[in-house]
Design a protein around this ligand. Structure first.
Ligand code: NAD
Ligand code: MG
Length: 403
């Protein structure tokens, strides 16, 4: 069956096509060739994968950020008889997010680099499938304003937020109290170091941090899951998506990652969304909403899962969670500063420049260094991002000297 946009196939731009979310998105799209077609695919530098994806999906456009690799891709596609037009540079990301032939934009670039293209999709009134939580953490109110002002649709891909969205009643965007919602419960697996003795955290390696027990993901979000900064970013993301305050967003550890999150109502009811930990479920949900389509995910067998465990989060083990609540209380540019400092800290850890336990130290230092300003323009956000990167980088250099 063709989708509801007047019975025609839906055009999708996938930003960050070569990443974990991008690959899963193309897997779901390929299962429904009559309903969706790919308009544009983008990548930072993974030319091999983007080439293969262009061969399979025949997009009108492909964006390769690095210009040398873009010309190589152009030549290879031409030789293969593929007519995809290859663009390059960061502006091209915004261009393909706003094309008239694009109906839906999967925003799956990792980090702050995804902000401007996601905003371009909002300004062009697209359906945005938002995986790039950092965009919302950085620019919160500005982003939501653009969505509203331009009639865009914002559907969460983050499994927790997608679960919450599925459990929310109609009209939640007008305020949770009015629709009888008391609070949101975000579940968290606790990552690979939930049981590691605290004294050993100093010495864990990037490889150990990236070995998530339940999900296969890009390296940045894997480290964020290990520090639980991922959950911190998700608390901030939830406040914007569901128009609520931090005290209505609770976190519970649930190591099996089968309940993806819950909504607690004022009458005592709690609605949960369950499923196997596979991102194709939220991706298929957001692509088809309000319909349902198959995603390729195995049906959930609760007898095989057998038990579901829960416990309260530990702020001593996971100081990044505390930092997230602190920046929410501070408001303004604080969350953009936290996000930028975290990106620098995670990359430094992956590059073996700082210890795992140095990550929250870099963020806390950066937050202490910079004045928090009201967010009244995108320029303010981008300036805070840059200033935080510089401060965080300086701290990393000093940690390296003392290490
Ligand atoms: P990934 O590292 O696997 O892929 C990132 C993609 O972004 C790649 O296509 C890469 O080429 C592109 N990219 C990276 N830097 C870029 C830059 N500077 N400019 C342009 N493109 C760039 O990451 P991922 O795991 O797919 O995560 C993507 C986003 O989705 C992140 O924001 C993450 O938090 C979010 N997310 C991911 C998962 C998951 O299961 N992987 C779950 C929830 C949310
Ligand atoms: Mg998540």
């Amino acid at each position: 069956m063709a989708d509801s946009i007047s019975g025609r196939s839906i055009g999708v731009t996938v930003l960050g096509a070569t990443g974990s979310i991008g690959v899963n998105t193309l897997d779901v799209i390929a299962r429904h060739p009559d309903e969706y077609h790919v308009v544009a695919l983008t990548a930072n530098q993974d030319i091999e994968r983007l080439f293969e994806q262009c061969l399979q999906h025949r997009p009108a456009y492909a964006v390769m950020i690095e210009s040398g690799k873009a010309s190589e891709l152009r030549d290879r596609l031409q030789q293969a008889g593929v007519t995809t037009e290859v663009l390059t540079g960061v502006d091209a990301l915004q261009q393909v997010a706003a094309l008239p032939e694009t109906d839906y934009v999967m925003a799956a670039i990792v980090g702050a680099a995804g902000l401007l293209p996601a905003l371009a999709a909002a300004r062009a009134g697209k359906r945005i499938l938002l995986a790039n939580k950092e965009a919302l953490v950085m620019s919160g109110q500005l982003f939501m304003n653009e969505v509203q002002a331009n009639g865009a649709e914002l559907l969460p891909i983050d499994s927790e937020h997608n679960a919450v969205f599925q459990c929310m009643p109609n009209g939640f965007d007008k305020g949770l109290e009015d629709v009888g919602v008391d609070h949101i419960v975000l579940t968290a697996s606790g990552g690979p170091f939930l049981e590691t003795p605290l004294a050993q955290l100093e010495g864990v390696t990037p490889e150990q941090a990236c070995a998530h027990p339940n999900w296969v993901m890009g390296r940045k979000i894997s480290v964020d899951s290990a520090t639980m900064m991922n959950k911190g970013l998700e608390i901030i993301e939830a406040c914007w998506l569901f128009a609520t305050e931090a005290d209505r967003v609770k976190v519970i550890l649930h190591p099996q990652s089968v309940i993806h999150s819950m909504v607690a109502y004022t009458d005592g009811s709690v609605l949960a969304q369950l499923g196997n930990p596979d991102m194709r479920t939220p991706i298929a949900h957001a692509l088809a909403w309000p319909r349902r389509v198959s995603s390729g995910v195995q049906p959930l067998d609760l007898t095989e899962v057998a038990r579901l465990d829960f416990r309260a989060p530990d702020f001593e083990r996971f100081p990044c969670l505390r930092l997230a609540y602190e920046v929410l209380a501070a408001g303004g540019t604080a969350s953009a500063i936290l996000n930028a400092a975290n990106e620098v800290a995670v990359q430094s850890f992956l590059d073996h420049e700082i210890a795992f336990t140095g990550i929250p130290r870099v963020i806390e230092y950066t937050l202490q260094q910079l004045a928090i300003e009201a967010v009244d323009s995108l320029e303010v956000v981008l300036a805070a991002d840059q200033a935080a990167r510089t401060a965080a980088r300086n701290y990393v250099e000093s940690e390296k000297i003392t290490a």
